[in-house]
Design a protein around this ligand. Sequence first.
Ligand code: SF4
Length: 413
Amino acid sequence: QCAAACPFGAMYERTELDEVKAAIADPNKIVVIQTAPAVRVGIGEEFGYEPGTYLEGKMVGALRALGADYVVDTNFGADLTIMEEASELIERVLHGHGKLPQFTSCCPAWVKFCETYFPEYTSHISTTRSCIAMEAAALKTYFAKNMNIDPANIVSVSVAPCTAKKFEIRRPEQNKSAEYWGRDDLRDTDYCLTTREFAQWLRDENVDFTAVEDSEFDKYIGAASGGGVIFGNTGGVMEAAMRTAYKFITGKEPSPEPLTKLEAVRGMDGVKEAEVAIGDKTLKVAVVHGGKNIRDFLNEMKANGKEYDFVEMMACRGGCIGGGGQPRVKMPVADKVKGERITGLYNHDAAMKLRSSYENPEIKAIYEDFLGHPLGELSEQLLHTTYVDRSGDLGVRKDVTPETCPTSPKFKK
Ligand code: SF4
């Protein structure tokens, strides 16, 4: 255990930095590290850069300096998430296969909150796995095959802005490569480090981040579109999904605007709503970030019966750029810093040639050479998951009824 996450010492952040360092030192292990979208606009703050400075090349170079055998991009996993999630949305909206609204699934804190407090909505959460989980499943199957590496020798590490991912990687449902290979000694993601732990690791090893030379991600699962880049901020998943859903439904390119700059879902408002015209269909969408906003939104939706087609939910204010594992910022400047991180991601997206997930050449290759097609048999096996009812964690016993409870007046002996 390391830095206390609670000022009163009641709660601790558990680190696996020692385990990762041991894997790096083990010549029999191949350490593959993936980096989430928000890390590249956060890590610089630990070393004196202005908030929002986009440091992708330096981040990759720093991980290589620390001894990573391969560095791959969670943004590729984000593009893969969009391919599946947009396809699932189309199935629900156009073909009536599944409940509406569809909720996003990439935030494990939101997913667990829903399972615990609103279990009646778990069937609304997209079955599509999160971008980190997608990347990890592709790593220990497709990447391992292409690189001719025994997946049991791979140590899969994710560097993320998120403390909740440490929980997500241990969910039994999030372990698809073991099923694929028919062996029980595999886990899709072995360890998760936060952005702050990554910074600590650099300090421990005396790596001067400011002097590190830029490097590029490794191939097969290392390329991304602008849609993958903006996954790191509130509204980004929605905008990326709309770009690809537009292409899938109409057959036309969503560029240049409005879908490559969906203003209505951008910015720091806690709840943002929009109507997005796609072909002859108008999708009603909403983007919600921050725990209280999520609770209020769901209670209001239940009370007033307002209908939506697709809702993005992120537990942290600002989305993942404001995650619990990012460099700490305090009020009153927190929103300003988060806004600068968001601008860093949008600026990079705007400068990219490929803006939509379906355009990513490595995404095309993984479907052509390995998966088949979105929602196909192998995609369903590796890239989709299930959720559970956790309301019992609150002490509500589903197996006890008034008739079986000895303290109830309706108890029947
Ligand atoms: Fe993690 Fe926060 Fe992003 Fe959710 S919004 S995935 S809790 S960093």
